[in-house]
Ligand binder design. Sequence first.
Ligand code: GCO
Length: 256
Amino acid sequence: MTATRLFDLTGRTALITGSTRGLGRAIAEGMGQAGAALIVNGRDPQATEAAAQELRDAGLSARAASFDVTDEAAVEAAFHELDADGVEVDILVNNAGIQHRQPMVELSLADWQRVIDTNLTSAFLLGREAARRMIPRKRGKIINIGSLTSDLARATVTPYTVAKGGIKMLTKGMAAEWGAHGIQANAIGPGYMLTDMNEALVSNPEFDAWVKGRTPAGRWGRPDELVGTAIYLASDASNYVNGQLIFVDGGMISVL
Ligand code: GCO
């Protein structure tokens, strides 16, 4: 296979959770430009359809699948609908996530659970449904979106940190259980990225200065800067890579 073909996603279908905006939207667009047919996901049906239409207007193949990734029945129903339409998910990107910034001593159990459910349990629910279909086909790619907090903690974002740490180990568990079936499960650890979720941080002069000083690149990352790693992990170029967490963080995780 020629080197460029290694990264070609033509003929494959990618489901990206939380892809109406932010990192998921950027990853979806990039995978579409690499040839993948896209399944756009979000909780809000109108926003999900609008994002799919935008991608179609850009010449990409995209369909909307609006469901709550924390709802087991909704996840199962979404996959059954794809089955009925003859749509096979070749690439699953577990991107959906929320942030909740609050000292743990003030944190409610409900907020703890909400973050864990959205950022971690959802990846299990979708991974399980996808793997049930990938295993008989003896091939599949699962990409989980981790974080710097998969490895390092920051005060006041502990449920997010726990969930993203879980994403790192869930990825290894997926590799352990599904690697023999031709499935590669890996994770991407974004650094501090310019997203809506981080708006409060970007607009805080002290935090903005901290990120720029703490990151060797000296700047925040852009969502489109995850696309190359996402395509790599979704393509034949990574067929012997499994259980890995690749940081795309301007070098932050690697320095004191
Ligand atoms: C925070 C941020 C981080 C980043 C990212 C870093 O409050 O510290 O939201 O969690 O979003 O996850 O890798």
